[in-house]
Write a protein of this length. Structure first.
Length: 138
C-alpha cells in the first residue's frame, strides 16, 4: 500500500515535470513565431531599401561569401535571457513543489507504518484469544 502511494506521488511529480517542460517549449516556440512575425515586415525588397551604402562597402568580385547577420535572431538571443530567468524560477517552484510532495509522502508513509503496526498488534492479540462462540461450539 505504501509503495502504491509513493509510486503515485512519484508519477504525479514526473507528469508535473513533463508538463513544465512542454509548457516551456511551447512558450519558446511562441516567442520564435513572434520574432519571425516582427522581422518579416522589416525585410524590405532591394528597390525599397535606402541607398545609404557607400561604394567602399560594395563587395569585390573576389570576396568570400559571408553569413548575413540576422538582427531578429540577435534580438531573440537578447530577449531569451529574461525568458530563461522566468523558466528558471518556474523550475525552482516546481522543485519546491516536488520536495513538498516528497515530504508529505514521507509523512504519509510514517502514519501508514504506525497504522500497520497497530493493526498487526491487534491481530496478534485477537489470535491469542478465542471468542466465546468458538468455545461453546467445541
Amino acid at each position: 500500500m505504501n509503495l502504491l502511494i509513493i509510486g503515485g506521488l512519484f508519477a504525479l511529480g514526473v507528469v508535473a515535470i513533463l508538463g513544465a517542460v512542454l509548457l516551456g517549449i511551447s512558450e519558446q516556440r511562441r516567442e520564435n513565431t513572434r520574432a519571425t512575425a516582427v522581422s518579416a515586415p522589416a525585410s524590405l525588397p532591394e528597390a525599397d531599401r535606402p541607398a545609404s551604402a557607400s561604394p567602399a562597402a560594395a563587395p569585390s568580385p573576389v570576396s568570400r561569401p559571408t553569413i548575413p547577420l540576422d538582427h531578429a535572431s540577435t534580438r531573440l538571443l537578447n530577449e531569451e535571457a529574461p525568458a530563461h530567468t522566468a523558466l528558471d524560477g518556474q523550475f525552482h517552484e516546481l522543485a519546491d513543489e516536488i520536495r513538498e510532495l516528497h515530504r508529505q509522502a514521507w509523512d504519509l508513509e510514517q502514519r501508514l507504518s504506525t497504522l500497520t503496526s497497530t493493526v498487526n498488534r491487534i491481530e496478534r492479540l485477537q489470535n491469542g484469544h478465542t471468542s466465546i462462540e468458538e468455545e461453546i461450539s467445541r
